[in-house]
Every structure is written in structure tokens, then in C-alpha cells.
Write a new protein. Structure first.
Ligand SMILES: Nc1ncnc2c1ncn2[C@@H]1O[C@H](COP(=O)(O)OP(=O)(O)O)[C@@H](O)[C@H]1O
Ligand SMILES: [Mg+2]
Lengths: 52, 270
């Protein structure tokens, strides 16, 4: 069974500007400057997992 | 590949605020931008209240957008006035299928008159015989018996009513259809049939869909790409497979974790 993940939307109230950023080709995420690297790292992890 | 495809609908910085300046102000859509390619299905998902219906109604110009651009086939339609000739022409190109097949069909009208409403408005039938023939074809297309054209909505089940709603939308030969949670009110056993019908018709008529749902599992099967909406914003947008298998935004991950039945494909890969 999967566990329900709860999303805390208050994270978005940090005053940072967000826009749609293309993390991998054709995959856009609403992100601030500070969040981009985290999403890129996560995308890389997905890619790595698929390689195995 | 997607980059080379033709954009049928382009939404640019769309903002829709209800009751602006009043105490009851609601910022239903806050700066949303996305494209829909000709022939594709874009799924729009998000929890209740996230702004999905408002997005659909703004695109089809049931609302006048507070700001932003909506381009259909390259023409900006955000500024069109109700009643204008361009608006009437454009209304024929875009049709909506509604969530509630009980509330969206006039109970006092015969099925054939419900379906032919757009045919009449746009003068698409030569005469009564042509009108009847078009209605019969449409009923057949959506899997209903053409002999039932003279019946009333209450004589049909929920799934059949939704087929009538689909026939009504197709009657004016639109290019683009917004389906606003078209299966949410239906029995689970019937949902797949209606989705398959929409898919088949899309192939036959080269239609473009915006398919709205509150549940990712519902849109995954029919969508080429999926946009995830949250509090009036799109937080993630990619191919259906990417959004489903490689979600990046925490809100998308939360939506996915709420799907109770594990995806068989995911299990295979695990
Ligand atoms: N006509 C309206 N007037 C005022 N507020 C509205 C109107 N329509 C929708 N809203 C509000 O806008 C927000 C988005 O609603 P809606 O687009 O219906 O969401 P969804 O379809 O995702 O459930 C909600 O807070 C809703 O209450
Ligand atoms: Mg809705």
C-alpha cells in the first residue's frame, strides 16, 4: 500500500517568485529559483532508477 | 516532437477573479499559461475548488477573463464580445460536455431537440428531414438507438444521458471539446465505456480535448499530457507518463498518493 503524502501549501507563501520551469524536456514545474536544483536532482534520480 | 505540432489553443497569463474588489473576491485563476496541440488530449486535474471548471469556462468564453490572452487557432478570443459575429462563429468550434448529465439536459425537451439545438442556432440543416437524419447519425455515433430520438431525458440512464450530451456537443462539428468531469457522476462500471467512446470519436473526427478530472487515475488513460492545478495555478505539466511515473511537484505526489488502487504498470516495474 502506498502512503498518503500530504502537501503543505504554506510552503508557497515564502514570498519567492515562481514560474513554470522546464526541468527536463517537456516537463514543467511551478518553481522558484531556489527549488529548481532540487527538482533537477529528483528528475536525475528517476532517470537513474530507470537505467537499473 | 511536441514542439513542432500545431497549437490549437494557447492560454497566456490567464487571470479570472470573481467579484473583484469586493469582500467576496475569489481569485479563481492566477496567471495560468498552457498550450493544447491540435489532436491531443490535455488532462486538467486538481482537487475540487482548484479552478478547473473556471479555466474551462474562461476558455470557452462563458466568462470574460479578468486579464490574459486566449488564442484559438491563432486568434485572440479573450476580448470578443458576447453576441458578436466572431463570437458566434467561434462558439461553434468549441463545445463543452458537462459533469452532471442530469442537470445539463432540459427535461422538457425531446432528445432530438436537445441534440439539434446547435444545428438550429447555426442553421446547419437544410430541412426537417436533414435535421432528423443528422440527429439519427449522431445517436448512432454515440451508441444510442436512433429510434429513441423522440424520448425525453428521464427515460435514459446516467451513462446514456452523458452520451446524449456528447451527441449534442458533436452536432455542430466542433474542433475542440472541453469535457468537464464527464465521468465523475457515472457508475464506475460505465466510466470506461464513456471514456472509450470519447477516444474513438476523437480519432474519427480528429478532435482536440481538454479533459477535466479531479483524479489522476481518470485522466491518465485518455490524456497525452496532463496539467496539475492547485489553488488557481498549474503546478506541473508534462506527458501523462511523466506526470504519473515521475511526478516532481509535491502537490502532484500528494495527489498520486491519494489514488487507492496501485497502478498495475507500476507494480510490474517494481
Ligand atoms: N461564479 C463564481 N462566482 C464566485 N466564485 C466562483 C464562481 N465559480 C467558481 N468560483 C470559485 O472559484 C474557485 C474555483 O472553482 P472551480 O473552477 O469551480 O473549481 P473546480 O472546478 O476545480 O472544482 C472556487 O473557490 C469557487 O468557489
Ligand atoms: Mg469543477
Amino acid at each position: 500500500m502506498r502512503e498518503r503524502i500530504y502537501y503543505d501549501a504554506s510552503a508557497e507563501n515564502d514570498g519567492a517568485e515562481r514560474s513554470m520551469v522546464e526541468i527536463t524536456p517537456g516537463h514543467f514545474v511551478f518553481a522558484s529559483e531556489d527549488e529548481i536544483q532540487g527538482y533537477k536532482d529528483q528528475a536525475a534520480k528517476y532517470a537513474e532508477a530507470e537505467q537499473k | 516532437m511536441a514542439e513542432e505540432r500545431e497549437k490549437l489553443v494557447q492560454v497566456r497569463h490567464l487571470v479570472q477573479t470573481f467579484n473583484p474588489g469586493k469582500k467576496s473576491e475569489v481569485r479563481a485563476i492566477q496567471d495560468v499559461s498552457f498550450d493544447i496541440y491540435r489532436g491531443e488530449t490535455l488532462g486538467l486535474v486538481g482537487e475540487s475548488g482548484s479552478g478547473k471548471t473556471t479555466t474551462g469556462r474562461a476558455i470557452i468564453r462563458l466568462y470574460k477573463p479578468t486579464s490574459g490572452e486566449i488564442l484559438f487557432d491563432g486568434n485572440d478570443i479573450a476580448g470578443l464580445h458576447n453576441g458578436s459575429k466572431q463570437m458566434k462563429e467561434f462558439r461553434r468550434e468549441m463545445q463543452m460536455i458537462f459533469q452532471d448529465p442530469y442537470a445539463s439536459l432540459n427535461p422538457r425537451m425531446k432528445v432530438k431537440d436537445i441534440i439539434a439545438e446547435g444545428i438550429d442556432i447555426h442553421h446547419l440543416a437544410k430541412d426537417d428531414a436533414d435535421r432528423d437524419a443528422q440527429v439519427a447519425n449522431l445517436l448512432q455515433l454515440v451508441g444510442l438507438n436512433p429510434d429513441h430520438a423522440t424520448r425525453y431525458p428521464h427515460e435514459f440512464s446516467g451513462g446514456q444521458r452523458q452520451r446524449i450530451g456528447i451527441a449534442r456537443a458533436l452536432a455542430v462539428q466542433p474542433q475542440f471539446i472541453i469535457a468537464d468531469e464527464p465521468i465523475s457522476a457515472l457508475d464506475v462500471s460505465i466510466q470506461a465505456q464513456v471514456v472509450n467512446l470519447l477516444k474513438n470519436i476523437q480519432e474519427q473526427r480528429n478532435l482536440t480535448y481538454l479533459f477535466i478530472a479531479h483524479d489522476l487515475s481518470m485522466v491518465k488513460y485518455i490524456s497525452d499530457r496532463i496539467a496539475v492545478m492547485h489553488y488557481g495555478r498549474i503546478v506541473e505539466l508534462s506527458t501523462a507518463d511523466e506526470v504519473y511515473n515521475h511526478p516532481l511537484h509535491p502537490y502532484t505526489q500528494s495527489l498520486l498518493s491519494a489514488i487507492p488502487i496501485p497502478d498495475p504498470e507500476k507494480q510490474k516495474n517494481a
